[in-house]
Every structure is written in structure tokens, then in C-alpha cells.
Design a protein around this ligand. Structure first.
Ligand code: SF4
Length: 392
């Protein structure tokens, strides 16, 4: 048994949906890494499972994928056949732990959930199961990365991280405004020494609103968001992502344009300019009302799963917040595109579906450099432009 200092309630409550899952993780074409301990166990106990593993390089093995479907070759009738025939203990760390993720801050071990799994997404965004508590678990991954900066104790790092989570939990601000406040506070933290972060984070968060500049919206931002999503999908070639392609097709239809996947580029129609306004106007007060609590929890999930500000998708703390901002703006665009020309309001299920589809793709991109280059080209790494993109 291993001790966990902070385990999310969602992780404790989580039960895999199995063959009822609408978007099974074994079928999405991920490179599921296989750790050395698992390979050694297969060699000792279950040599017949070695043919499910392929070597990528000297230090890197993954589960084999079907060339036709991209799914794990051990997926049978929507279920993992290794899990069924040999039990969960026969799974490699990556398969055993998904959608849970273990990280360290010094001596603290923290277990959080990933919203790319539909059931974990529901537990976090609907059940609000963010509370953490200490616990013991049967197994931990062979290697658990430590994100605690050398300048902070484990307690100080946790306190710093918790200040951001508490800010989101106790605020009535919208997700969009929370991101801008967190970006402004993060810029403040960057001006002081790391050993002061635990004391300074609450102060900078309280003062953040006054540091947010006037908005700089750009009319073509909806098009740029769509293009950035298309470009990233194109660069991650090989991922079968039917739900994501449907979401992109819905946005392009709402914006009345066609996608040239080869270039990639957007081919505007004579109606595109009017359609941009229609999509923006479709995001009405009612949609905002339904989405606001879910967006706040969505942001909380991003902060918690990345142990913000200590890890995440981005090389710096600021870049990680920019990524949250662009991802939330993309989710809003996807949801607004559902509302164009229809008389019925947005539903919670629709928000969850699009949030999960986008997380499944964006949370599993390998390297932030390409995303950040695109975001920088569109100006979204500047806070005034990010505010314009978020539409507040
Ligand atoms: S995505 Fe989540 S619910 Fe679906 S099969 Fe994977 S772990 Fe289970």
C-alpha cells in the first residue's frame, strides 16, 4: 500500500464505464507507454502478453495499436482483454492509472482526475468532486514526477497551488474572468522570488483585477481559433478523432466556410462575415448562465490536474494560463456553434460532450511549442488580446 497526501474525491469515486463508455480510452489511438516493471512482469509471468507491446526506442515501449482502427490491439468488444483475463494488476502504469494522474510536490503525493475521460469529467464538472483528502492506494506508478521547485518546501508549494484552486472555488467570477485574473496574478508572481510565492499568491490574486488591461478583440478571432484547432489536429496526424472532426465540422458549418485540410486553411464564403457575428450573438445570457458554473469547475480541473503553477502545458507559468484561455475560448466557440439558428437552449450534456471531446485531443498533445507559436502569432499570449478572445 502507498500513502497519498491529497487525493481528489472524484478519483476515489471513479468507476470506469467499461463497454458503456461513449469514447473509450483504449480506442482513441494514444501511445500508451509501458513501464519497465510491467515488461519485466510480462517476461516473468505472462510472456504471451509481450506481443501486445512494441519498442519505440531503447528506453520507450508502448502498447501495440491496430493499423486499421488505431485502437489498442487488446481492445475486445469495447473492453480491455488484459484487464478481463488477467486482472487490473496486469496493466501497465499508464493503462492502470488513466484517468488518474499521480504527481509529487516534494514528499507529498497527489492524485487527480483527467477530464478527457467522460466519467471523470462528470464527477468533476457536475458533481464538483474536487475536495481532497489523504488516503492509501494499492499501487503507485513506477515513477511519479516531482514538480516542487527547489526553493519551496512541500507545504509551501502545496499552499501556493491551493491559493489558485481556492480563488476559483470561492469566486463568483466567470471562468473567462478567472483566467484573466490568474494570468495577471501569475505575472505578479514572476516579479518576485520563488521562496515568497506561498505568501504572495493570495495577495496577487486579490489585486489581479486592477492589472487586467482593456480588451483588444479582433473580429477574425473565431476563424483563427478554428484554424489553430485544425492546424494542431493536422500536425497530430494518425489520431483517429471522429468526435473532434464532427465538432470542427459543426463550427465550420456555423461560420459558413470550408476547411482545406491539406494546406491547412479556411475557405471563406460570401456569408462568413455575417456568420461570425451570428455565432458571437448565439452565445447569449442564457448560455452564459448554464455554462458559468461548469466553466469554473473546468478551470479548477485544469489547475488541479497540472498542479498549477508548477506544471502544465507550457514552458512558463504564464504560458500555461494562456493555454487555459485559448482552450476555454475554443470550447465556447464549439458551444456557440451549436446554438446558431436553433430555438432551444444549451444543455449541460452538450457542454460536457464538447469539453470532453476537446480535452481528449488537447490534453494529450505531446509538446506545447507548436500550440504556443500559433497562439503567439494570433496575439493571444498578450493579456489584452486574450481578454478579447475570451469575449469579456
Ligand atoms: S475513458 Fe474513462 S470511462 Fe471510458 S473506458 Fe476509459 S477510463 Fe473507462
Amino acid at each position: 500500500m502507498a500513502a497519498i497526501s491529497h487525493q481528489q474525491k472524484a478519483v476515489k469515486l471513479f468507476e470506469c464505464l467499461g463497454d458503456k463508455c461513449p469514447d473509450t480510452c483504449c480506442g482513441v489511438g494514444w501511445q500508451m507507454r509501458v513501464d519497465d516493471n510491467t515488461i519485466a512482469r510480462y517476461q516473468r509471468q505472462w510472456p504471451e502478453l509481450l506481443n501486445a507491446i512494441e519498442k519505440v526506442d531503447e528506453t520507450h515501449h508502448v502498447m501495440c495499436k491496430s493499423a486499421e482502427t488505431g485502437a489498442c490491439t487488446k481492445l475486445e468488444n469495447g473492453l480491455c482483454s488484459i484487464h478481463i483475463k488477467y486482472g487490473a494488476e496486469a496493466l501497465g502504469d499508464a493503462c492502470y492509472f488513466y484517468p488518474r494522474s499521480a504527481r509529487r510536490l516534494g514528499e507529498k503525493t497527489i492524485l487527480t482526475g483527467a477530464i478527457s475521460c467522460p466519467e471523470m469529467l462528470r464527477l468533476l464538472l457536475v458533481e464538483n468532486a474536487f475536495e481532497t483528502g489523504s488516503d492509501t492506494v494499492e499501487r503507485l506508478p513506477q515513477s511519479v514526477q516531482d514538480y516542487c521547485p527547489a526553493e519551496l518546501s512541500s507545504d509551501q508549494a502545496w499552499q501556493t497551488h491551493q491559493s489558485f484552486c481556492d480563488f476559483v472555488t470561492h469566486s463568483e467570477l466567470s471562468g473567462e474572468w478567472l483566467i484573466l485574473n490568474i494570468l495577471a496574478a501569475t505575472q505578479g508572481l514572476a516579479t518576485i522570488n520563488v521562496p515568497q510565492w506561498d505568501q504572495a499568491a493570495p495577495f496577487y490574486l486579490r489585486m489581479a483585477a486592477g492589472r487586467i488591461p482593456e480588451t483588444q478583440p479582433v473580429a477574425s478571432d473565431s476563424l483563427n481559433l478554428l484554424l489553430s484547432l485544425v492546424a494542431l489536429l493536422k500536425m497530430s496526424d494518425g489520431l483517429p478523432a471522429p468526435q473532434l472532426r464532427q465538432l470542427i465540422a459543426r463550427i465550420s458549418s456555423a461560420l459558413q466556410l470550408e476547411i482545406d485540410w491539406e494546406a491547412p486553411a479556411l475557405r471563406h464564403s460570401q456569408h462568413t462575415a455575417v456568420a461570425i457575428t451570428a455565432v458571437q450573438e448565439a452565445w447569449d445570457d442564457h448560455a452564459q448562465l448554464i455554462a458559468a458554473p461548469i466553466f469554473r469547475r473546468w478551470l479548477h480541473a485544469q489547475l488541479a490536474s497540472s498542479l498549477f503553477p508548477f506544471s502544465g502545458f507550457g514552458h512558463t507559468e504564464e504560458q500555461r494560463v494562456v493555454v487555459f484561455g485559448v482552450r476555454l475560448a475554443t470550447l465556447k466557440l464549439a458551444l456557440a456553434s451549436r446554438l446558431v439558428g436553433r430555438g432551444t437552449p444549451l444543455t449541460v450534456e452538450e457542454i460536457l460532450e464538447d469539453a470532453q471531446t476537446l480535452a481528449r485531443f488537447m490534453d494529450h498533445l505531446a509538446d506545447p511549442t507548436m500550440s504556443l507559436n500559433i497562439y503567439q502569432d494570433f496575439g493571444w499570449t498578450r493579456i489584452a488580446r486574450l481578454r478579447g478572445l475570451l469575449g469579456v
